[in-house]
Design a protein around this ligand. Sequence first.
Ligand code: NAD
Ligand code: TDX
Length: 339
Amino acid sequence: MKICVTGGAGFIGGNFVYYMLDQHPDYDIVCLDALTYAGNLETLEGAMKNPKFKFVKGDIADRDFIYELFEREKFDIIVNFAAESHVDRSIEEPEVFLKTNIMGTQVLMDACRKFGITRFHQVSTDEVYGDLPLDRPDLFFTEETPIHTSSPYSSSKAGADLLVLAYYRTYGLPVTISRCSNNYGPYHFPEKLIPLMISRALANESLPVYGKGENVRDWLHVYDHCSAIDLVIHKGRVGEVYNIGGHNERTNIEVVKTILHALDKPESLISYVTDRKGHDLRYAIDPTKIETELGWKPVYNFDTGIQQTIKWYLDNKSWWENIINGDYQNYYKKMYEGR
Ligand code: NAD
Ligand code: TDX
C-alpha cells in the first residue's frame, strides 16, 4: 500500500506521517509538500530516517508536476492535508487560499481520475458549518448541518468539499471527507492560539486575546484526529462525510488561563485586543456517526492532553524558536501592532 500525504510537513500532516509509519510499518508513505511558511522539514526529521518514508517538494496546484508524480509513484491512497490553514491570514490575503485549497484539491482529484487510486480523502474542517450560538449548548454540528461559512478560509475549504462530493457523484471517484474540530498537540505552528500563547508566555510577552475571550472551540488532540482518519480511509464508506470531535469545548480565555497556570505565569500577561473580523462564536462537533459506524474513540481528554502538549513545547524549544526567530517576526508585527 502506498499513501501520498499532502501537507505532511505541516502540523496535522506531520503527526499523521508518524502515526502511519508507526501503525502500518509495511506501508510506503510519500509526503508531498510545497514547504510554504507553514511547512517545516524539521518536523519530519524522525521520519526521514525510515526507509518506508519519502519526501517530495511540490505544489498540489501545479498540474504538470502532479501528473508526473502520480504517473511515477502509482499511489493507492491520497490523504489531502495540504492547505492554507490560518483564518487570520485568509482575512488579510484570501487569494492563495482559493488557489491551494480549491484549485489544488481539483488538480489532485484530476490526477486521481487519470492515474487511478483506491481512495481520495479530503481533510476538512468543522468551520464549513459556520458557528453555533453561545447560549445554546444543546446544539452541535452533525454531517447534515448546512454549509454556512464565515471566513475566506472556511469558504475555500467548503468549496473544496463541494468539489470532492461532485467528483464522487459525477465521475464516481472513491472519495471520503472528514470534518474535524480544532486540533492541538506537537508541531502546531505558533501562529495558532495554543502554541502562540505558550511561546509568548514563556517569553513574558503579552497574550493577545480577541474580543472578550468568550468564543468557544472544541479541542481534539492531533493523535485522535490521526486515528480517526486512519479508520475513515480503511473502513469509511465512499461518498460519505465523517465529523471528528471529542466533546472538549473550552472558551478561549479558559484555554489561555490554563496555559498561564501550567507555566506559573501571571494573568496580567493577558491583553484583550480588537476582535477577529467575522469571528465564529462556537464550534461543537457531534461525532456520533464515526463512533457508531467505525467504532472510533478518542484517547485524550483536554485536561491531560494540554498538560502533555505544554510539556512538549518546553522539551522542544528549538523547534518553535527556529520558527519564531525567522520571518514570523514580521508576520506578528503586521497582524498585532496597534490592534
Ligand atoms: P498547517 O498550516 O500546519 O500545514 C499545512 C501544510 O500544507 C504545510 O506543510 C504547507 O507547506 C503545506 N502546503 C500549503 N500549500 C501547499 C500547496 N499548494 N502544495 C503543497 N503543500 C502545501 O495546517 P494544519 O493545521 O496541519 O492543517 C492541515 C489540514 O487540516 C488543513 O487542510 C486544514 O484545513 C485541516 N484542519 C485543520 C485543523 C486545525 O485545528 N489545525 C482542524 C480541522 C481541519
Ligand atoms: O492571537 C490569537 N488570539 C485569539 O484570541 C489567536 C491566533 C486566536 N485567538 C482566538 C480565535 C479563535 O476563537 O482563538 C481561537 C482559536 O484560533 P486559531 O488558533 O486561529 O484557530 P481557529 O480560527 O479556531 O481555526 C483552527 O481550527 C479549525 C485552525 O486554524 C483551522 O485550520 C481549522 O480548520
